[in-house]
Write a protein that binds this ligand. Structure first.
Ligand code: ADP
Ligand code: MG
Length: 261
């Protein structure tokens, strides 16, 4: 087994990166894949969203980037088969440290020792195109771009695509666009559907069929420290991320996911 590394990237905040990282990771784990989620954002929302306190600089992805062995930093979540490397605000200083070097391969090297222990490694980077995100894109096999179905959704996308091209032309020629994920979709509004159609027309074949609806359960679940499927399995949000995992895995048949224990 060699883990496929997936970075969720968008330099805008509030687009659903962390929500998608937590819930796609949990959904893949519920489909019996071994998954490691690397919280790579100083805000630590993937960490708190899975019920862990933000670590200090000896215990999370900051330590990982400073040479601590990844195995020592992994936490076990309540979702069987899902583990996490947490992050806290100390990671912010890494932005400057990497900028001074500058060094893009640190994360890729740091994850090498566990590539044979997971099916998927998901990375949740911060809302910027700084050195932390560039390290995530350099480590990744694929990038998923979450994009809300909102006015100006595609604003800034050209910059992100250009950044991906530069990573492909430089440190990571193998990087692929795994797909664009439409988030916070409101089927019943004209604007929401117009944005969705616009994005699909601009990126034919690159947008996931599965759209993530705006769903209050997705916003509530993090305060309970759970992925949405462990908070409300029947919610539209939980079902959407399970469908996304199925689409990702190429599973056509409906299957009954393993629910909360
Ligand atoms: P990012 O990581 O890109 O900054 P988040 O995933 O943290 O974005 O989402 C921003 C906010 O929107 C969070 O409060 C989150 O709970 C909420 N949110 C994200 N996706 C949805 C959704 N599909 N429906 C409702 N709320 C959502
Ligand atoms: Mg986030």
């Amino acid at each position: 087994m060699t883990a496929r590394i997936i970075a969720l990237a968008n330099q805008k905040g509030g687009v659903g990166k962390t929500t998608s990282a937590i819930n796609l990771a949990a959904s893949l784990a519920m489909m019996e894949k071994l998954v490691l989620l690397v919280d790579f954002d100083p805000q630590g929302h993937s960490t708190t969203g899975l019920g862990f306190p933000k670590p200090d600089n000896r215990a999370g992805s900051y330590a990982l980037m400073k040479g601590a062995p990844v195995e020592a930093l992994i936490l076990t979540t309540e979702v069987p088969m899902l583990q996490v490397v947490p992050a806290g605000k100390d990671l912010a200083q890494l932005e400057f440290e990497l900028f001074e070097l500058p060094e893009l391969q640190v994360l890729r090297r740091a994850l090498q020792p566990v590539l044979d222990k997971f099916d998927y490694i998901l990375i949740d980077p911060p809302p910027s195109l700084g050195m932390i995100t560039l390290n995530a894109l350099t480590a990744a096999d694929e990038v998923i771009i979450p994009m809300p179905c909102e006015f100006l959704a595609m604003d800034g996308l050209a910059e992100l695509v250009e950044t991906i091209r530069r990573i492909q032309a430089g440190p990571n020629a193998a990087l692929k666009l795994g797909g664009i994920l439409l988030t916070m979709a409101e089927e019943r509004t004209n604007l929401g559907s117009a944005v969705a159609s616009e994005v699909r027309a601009a990126f034919p074949g690159k947008v996931f069929q599965t759209q993530i609806p705006r769903n209050i359960r997705l916003a509530e679940a993090p305060s309970h420290g759970k992925p949405v499927a462990f908070y409300d399995l029947r919610s539209k949000g939980a079902q959407a991320y399970l469908n996304l995992a199925k689409e990702w895995l190429g599973i056509e048949e409906p299957l009954i996911p393993r629910g909360p224990a």
